[in-house]
Design a protein around this ligand. Structure first.
Ligand code: SAH
Length: 274
């Protein structure tokens, strides 16, 4: 029980940087510490967390197994892609790759927690079939962009956009080390510097649009660049945020539903973010 009381505020503190969906609060104390792969010890009167760092095939396998066990992943394709693309290559050296928490990546940004990546992949799965076209706004480390690319394959098209040039450079380097490298080389995956609120017109319209930062309202260019029959997943709100799923019907009308409460960094200007 002690682990539960102590663990959740820690997650919430990280979550202030990015997201802490309520779903996480469902886990009980023993399974939480197992799921988070943490061991706790007293350190200077506080808690000290020992976490895995670096890359490890057993680490990513157990991360995916735990996401399956707790009902976050039900799709085989999503499980396969998250196992194939090693999160250890995308987090800063020395940070915990396979723990279910967001990790700071500099520039007031974070890589999302694995359960958030899994949730978004599942929501978009039907629109990430081989040959389809996807846009990832606020691509950060490039992890989710890489997952999209593996799902749509060489016949598909995936574009990542982030407004911090250093993050875009880093995401390209990350992808180059990963199983998605050949897709980047062949050009079916590309990462660009730009204001994601404007989308990326060059390859529009998109079957799937993911926004990795919270907008105060849905940017009109993103709605315009969504294909009829396409789906967008976007966190909306400022302090209180909800993950919205937006489906564009064939006649161009829009249907919106709320998936869960979340906590993301804002979709904003570069100056505001830095
Ligand atoms: N999906 C990424 C999340 C990164 S955090 C990952 O898991 O690695 C959110 C990202 O949104 C940050 O990298 C930030 O730089 C970016 N961002 C915020 N506002 C933006 C904007 N207007 N245009 C493009 N990127 C933006």
């Amino acid at each position: 029980m002690r682990a539960q009381v102590l663990l959740f505020p820690t997650i919430t503190a990280y979550g202030r940087l990015y997201c802490a969906p309520r779903r996480l609060h469902r886990y009980n104390s023993s399974s939480s510490s197992q799921f988070l792969n943490l061991s706790l010890s007293r350190f200077s009167g506080g808690l000290f967390f020992h976490m895995e760092s670096g890359t490890s095939s057993s680490g990513k396998k157990s991360m995916v197994e735990n996401l399956k066990r707790y009902g976050v992943i039900s799709s085989k394709r999503v499980a396969q892609v998250m196992e194939a693309l090693d999160r250890g290559l995308f987090v800063p050296v020395g940070s915990s790759a396979y723990v279910d928490t967001p990790v700071p990546i500099g520039y007031n940004a974070t890589i999302s927690a694995p359960h958030m990546h899994a949730t978004c992949l599942q929501l978009l799965e039907d629109k990430l079939q081989p040959g389809m076209c996807a846009l990832d706004v606020g691509s950060g480390t490039g992890y989710l962009t890489g997952c999209f690319a593996l799902m749509v394959g060489a016949e598909g098209r995936v574009v990542g956009v982030d407004h911090i040039p250093e993050l875009v450079d880093m995401s390209i380097k990350n992808i180059e080390k990963s199983v998605a490298a050949s897709l980047l080389k062949k050009g079916s995956l590309s990462l660009h510097v730009g204001d994601g609120r404007k989308g990326w017109q060059e390859f529009a319209p998109y079957d799937a649009i993911h926004v990795g930062a919270a907008a105060s309202e849905i940017p009109q260019p993103l709605l315009d660049q969504l294909k009829p029959g396409g789906r967008m997943v976007i966190p909306l709100g400022t302090y209180f945020q909800e993950l919205k799923v937006i489906d564009k019907n064939e006649d161009g009308s829009i249907k919106v539903h709320t998936e869960t409460s979340v906590r993301y960094v804002p979709l904003t200007s570069r100056d505001e973010q830095l």
